[in-house]
Design a protein around this ligand. Structure first.
Ligand SMILES: [Zn+2]
Length: 262
């Protein structure tokens, strides 16, 4: 009986692994293109093509990178690799599981603007519980954030966590890192810092991340994810007040079944 349970358990583990890895790079890139249809056109022979006719980008640079190198200079393949686990579940992220924190900065620049000035041409004010926040209109981000707000407004008990927001648009690098934060592209929002747990503020240094903490209710996370935003509380390098618009990772999660905790 024990042997049967063991074998059955291993079989189940294999099936779920197969499901989780059953989405190859080509499918992931198709979901990326579908998430930003105004800018992205198609993939062909390992390259991503743009509607503006600008130079295509190589999807996978073929270089093996450790986690730090991926964070500092990830390619498109790296940015789509780690499966984001969406839904109501609150789990402590495994070591170096940072789905969404690895980004292709050259791609973000093509999606939102190459400089602070260029990003600024696409901003508009979003009324965030009486506070006006500057958010990009590219790819429907401002409209998506308003949809988040409208859903959150139905839950007055959550308001203390949401306001004041610590900001959206801010052209800056990730603290202690060489790459630009998604705040640079006005496609991210920080909620109330009074409830924030951030690995750097907790005393973390590269290679030494303090114990995971979170004080934000999962109801907030579910609403953001519903509208295309991922949560920094699902990262090993946790940043629990942070949400950023990455609908491609939620679409990949749905196909891969890593949204199963709903
Ligand atoms: Zn942030």
């Amino acid at each position: 009986m024990i042997r049967f349970v063991l074998v059955f358990g291993i079989l189940l583990a294999c099936v779920s692994n197969a499901l989780a890895s059953d989405i190859d790079l080509q499918q992931r890139v198709d979901l990326l293109i579908a998430a930003y249809p105004d800018t992205l056109e198609r993939q062909e022979a390992g390259r991503l093509f743009f509607r503006d006719g600008g130079p295509p980008m190589v999807i996978d640079d073929g270089r093996a990178k450790d986690h730090a190198a991926k964070l500092a200079g990830g390619d498109i393949e790296d940015s789509l690799h780690d499966l984001y686990a969406s839904g109501a579940c609150e789990t402590v992220p495994a070591r170096n599981m940072d789905p969404g924190r690895i980004r292709s900065e050259p791609l973000l620049k093509r999606l939102y603007g190459n400089s602070k000035k260029e990003v600024a041409t696409s901003l508009r004010g979003v009324d965030w519980f009486g506070q006006i926040l500057q958010v990009t209109t590219r790819h429907g981000v401002a409209t998506a954030l308003e949809a988040v707000r409208d859903d959150l407004e139905k839950r007055p008990d959550l308001k203390p966590y949401l306001t004041p927001s610590a900001g959206t648009f801010n052209w800056r690098k990730v603290a202690g890192a060489p790459n630009l934060s998604v705040h640079s592209f006005a496609a991210a929002i920080d909620l109330n810092t009074s409830y924030a747990d951030y690995w750097v503020w907790a005393g973390g240094k590269a290679g030494n991340v303090p114990r995971y903490e979170n004080r934000f209710p999962m109801a907030i996370v579910e609403i953001f994810e519903r509208h295309g935003f991922i949560w920094g509380g699902r990262w090993y390098h946790y940043d629990t007040m942070h949400f950023e618009y990455r609908p491609e990772l939620l679409a990949i999660a749905r196909v891969a079944g890593s949204d199963a905790c709903r």
